[in-house]
Structures are given as structure tokens and as C-alpha cells.
Design a protein around this ligand. Structure first.
Ligand code: COA
Length: 383
């Protein structure tokens, strides 16, 4: 069964002190229902990506909470929370996609939500996406692990700190065009290169921020979708792959095999090549991750990722615009919400609803990664 996206919603991303977890989630949900012109009673199931509500806000059992607080408790529909670190949103999207593709349900919600900024130890909790016993206990939290990846990429392929900074400058520029982004300020190369090291060679402007937010997409089977919208966006493939959790076990820390595997499977299912993709959202939790994503998604050969940013290929007006939303770096990275938030951006781009950051696109792709690549979800969309 072909699956379409018929509605999207997204909260603002940032330090949302004035909103609780449930308020953030509901603001995105209401927007998606309005966008789809749908009533809650038509929803048949909900899949929510969330990394760690138990540790961030002290609340488990959030799937039931969300159905309840959305006013859907009386429908008694199945509501499922899924967790895969910061790939939780992508995995929720895939579960929702499979529920519709299989014919089990006609209209489902895929959501992602995280309220991170209420705790003082957010980076410690985030870093539990890596191998806590083998990596984090020894001081290798996520910024440190990505720093090792960056250092190896630099040594082996000649990638420079300037290249990493260029990714940040690009994504900050895109975010100025996105009203819901956390950082809507342009930065120059000098600012990025003069910011303090967080984990050498990664500086403040190489890191995605600590951030709250929620996103929702509503999926429907093709026949049902036509009742609600004249502009359905189709999901051509939604694939997931895993890898060793700890970097030390990987065959090559500059390649995410989960991304390679998931993307090759997605291209095969969708019947496309990387060159057919017009717009992309990748998981730039750190700037080096965006450069590696260019390579692992097959846009350029291994080791030459930095050339794409140097030559402007991935700018908004480039050949393959990457992270038109501002990416995790500047739009923000609300952990479990990110995979869905990326889908929202691709859908807006393909519908022609992306405002000042609109690019010309018929086929889009999103890549959501958990931790340093233990999980990857690749989704291909078409209009
Ligand atoms: N990029 C740009 N500016 C940032 C920023 C970021 N990632 N994070 C914070 N800032 C800014 C703040 O807006 C603030 O600016 P102001 O003084 O003008 O208001 C200033 O830097 C200090 O903010 P603060 O919240 O005190 O930052 P921090 O030093 O506690 O944390 C990082 C900054 C980068 C260390 C933190 O965001 C981090 O660890 N990020 C990585 C998270 C991570 O591991 N993600 C993994 C995903 S796989």
C-alpha cells in the first residue's frame, strides 16, 4: 500500500521554559491536524519517538499521556512510544509507515517530542545514546566521540576546521529563514573558528544545541489521502539499519555503515540514485556528521565530503541543498523529535510551502541517526 503524508506540524525549537512536555507535544499535534483538515477521531494509531522523558522530565508511559492530553483517550486507540536515542523520531516514522503500508491502519500519527532543558545534566543523558559502560564512563561523551571521528577524518582525508565551520555558517544562514528555528542569527567563518573548543577539534559552533521541541506528521494510505488533500507527499521508502554501538568496534570510524546500508536499501526500494534527490535533511548533530553524511549517502565518494560544502553544492541555491531548515545545528536538536522534524521540512519543501527557504524539489530525503550511528533511518519522499 502506498503511503502519503497528509499533514505536518512542528513546535518552535529552543529553550521552551514556558511550556511543559505535554504542551509542546500538543502544539505540534494541533498544527498537524489543522494542516491535514482532520478530526482527532479519524486517527487510528499513534507512534511517538522519545529518547528519555523518564530522565528529562520524570515521566514514563508518555504514549498514553499524549493520547489522553490530545483528547483522544475515549477512542482507546493504540499509542506506542519508541526509543532509539536521537533516532527515536525516525524509528517512530518507520513504525507508522509500516502500519499504513501493511494495510493495518489507514490514518496514523508519527510524532516526536523531547523536553530536555529542565535538567542540568542534559549532555550526560544525551550521551547515554553511546555505549555508557565502554565509552561514556571513560570520559568519551558524544562531543568527544564525534571529535575522534573528526580528527580521523582530518588526518586521513585532509578535512580542515574551516570545512566544519562552513557547515555551521551554512546552516545558521538557512535558519535565519525559518521562523521556528532556535538560532535565527547568521554567523561568519571567523565567529565559528574563534568559538571555544568543546572537544577539540569541535568548537561551540560545531555542536547542535541542547533544545526542546516536538513534531508531528500524519500518514494515510493513498486512497484515503486523496480525500484530505490535493497535495499528498508520498513516502517512497523508509529504511532502518543498525551498527555496533561503540565506536571502538566499528571497522572504520569515519564511515557510518548503518547510513550506508539504510540509504542503499532506500534507493533500491524507491528505484532512484543519489543524484535523483533534490533536497536533503541530514543529522548534523556535529558539523563533521554532515560531511560524513554526504559521503555515506553516496552524494560524493568517501573522503571528499568537505568539497561539497567548500564548493557551495549543499547551499540553499546549490545543486543539492542540505539542511534548508537550518539543520540540527541551527534549527535545534530536540533529540526524539528530530527525525520527525526533518520529515516536516522535506514535506514543506516538496509541497512548495517552505517560504523564504523554498528550493525547487520533486524528491527529498531525510537521514536521522542515533548516537554515533548505532541506528540510522533514511526516508525518501516524492511529490
Ligand atoms: N551553538 C551556538 N551557540 C550556542 C550553542 C550551540 N550549540 N549552545 C549554546 N549556545 C550559546 C547560547 O545561546 C548562549 O549564548 P548567549 O550567552 O548569547 O545567551 C551561550 O552559547 C552559552 O549557552 P549555554 O547554554 O551556557 O551553553 P553550554 O556551554 O552549556 O552548552 C554546548 C553548549 C555546545 C557544550 C552544548 O550545547 C552541547 O554539549 N551540545 C552538544 C549536545 C550533544 O551532545 N548532542 C549530541 C547529539 S548526538
Amino acid at each position: 500500500m502506498r503511503v502519503a503524508v497528509i499533514g505536518v506540524g512542528c513546535s518552535k525549537f529552543g529553550e521552551l521554559w514556558e511550556m511543559g512536555f505535554r504542551d509542546i507535544m500538543i502544539s505540534a499535534g494541533v498544527e498537524a491536524l489543522e494542516d491535514a483538515n482532520l478530526e482527532g477521531k479519524e486517527i487510528e494509531a499513534i507512534y511517538v519517538g522519545n529518547m528519555s522523558a523518564g530522565r528529562y522530565v520524570g515521566q514514563e508511559h508518555i504514549a498514553s499521556l499524549i493520547a489522553d492530553y490530545s483528547g483522544l483517550a475515549d477512542l482507546h486507540i493504540p499509542c506506542v512510544r519508541v526509543e532509539a536515542g536521537d533516532a527515536s523520531g525516525g524509528v517512530a516514522l518507520r513504525q507508522a509507515y509500516m502500519a499504513v503500508a501493511s494495510g493495518m491502519h489507514d490514518v496514523v500519527i508519527a510524532a516526536g517530542a523531547e523536553k530536555v532543558t529542565d535538567v542540568p545534566n542534559a549532555v550526560e543523558i544525551l550521551s547515554s545514546c553511546a555505549d555508557v559502560e565502554w565509552e561514556v564512563f571513560n570520559g568519551a561523551n558524544l562531543p568527544a566521540l564525534y571529535a575522534m571521528i573528526a580528527r580521523m577524518h582530518m588526518r586521513r582525508y585532509g578535512t580542515k576546521e574551516e570545512d566544519l565551520a562552513m557547515v555551521s555558517v551554512k546552516n545558521h544562514k538557512n535558519a535565519t529563514l525559518n521562523p521556528k528555528a532556535m538560532f535565527r542569527r547568521e554567523i561568519d567563518l571567523e565567529t565559528a573558528l574563534n568559538s571555544p573548543y568543546v572537544a577539540e577539534p569541535l568548537r561551540l559552533f560545531d555542536c547542535s544545541p541542547i533544545c526542546d521541541g516536538a513534531s508531528v506528521v500524519i500518514l494515510a494510505s493513498e486512497d484515503v489521502a486523496r480525500k484530505y488533500t490535493d497535495t499528498p507527499i508520498y513516502i517512497e521508502a523508509c529504511t532502518q539499519a543498525s551498527d555496533y554501538l561503540a565506536l571502538q568496534s566499528r571497522r572504520d570510524i569515519t564511515t557510518m555503515d548503518s547510513v550506508v546500508q539504510a540509504s542503499r536499501k532506500a534507493y533500491k526500494i524507491a528505484g532512484i540514485d543519489p543524484k535523483d534527490v533534490d533536497v536533503v535533511e541530514v543529522h548534523d548533530s556535529f558539523t563533521i556528521a554532515e560531511i560524513i553524511a554526504y559521503e555515506d549517502l553516496g552524494f560524493v565518494e568517501k573522503g571528499r565530503g568537505a568539497e561539497l560544502v567548500r564548493e557551495g553544492v549543499t547551499m540553499l541555491d546549490g545543486e543539492i541543498p542540505v539542511n534548508p531548515s537550518g539543520g540540527l545545528k541551527a534549527f535545534g536538536h530536540a533529540v526524539g523529535a528530530t527525525g520527525i522534524r526533518q520529515a516536516v521540512e522535506i514535506v514543506l519543501q516538496l509541497r512548495g510551502d517552505a517560504g523564504k527557504r523554498q528550493v525547487d524539489a520533486e524528491m527529498g530525503l531525510s537521514l536521522n541517526v542515533g548516537g554515533t550511528g548505532g541506528t540510522a533511518v533514511v526516508t525518501v519522499f516524492s511529490r
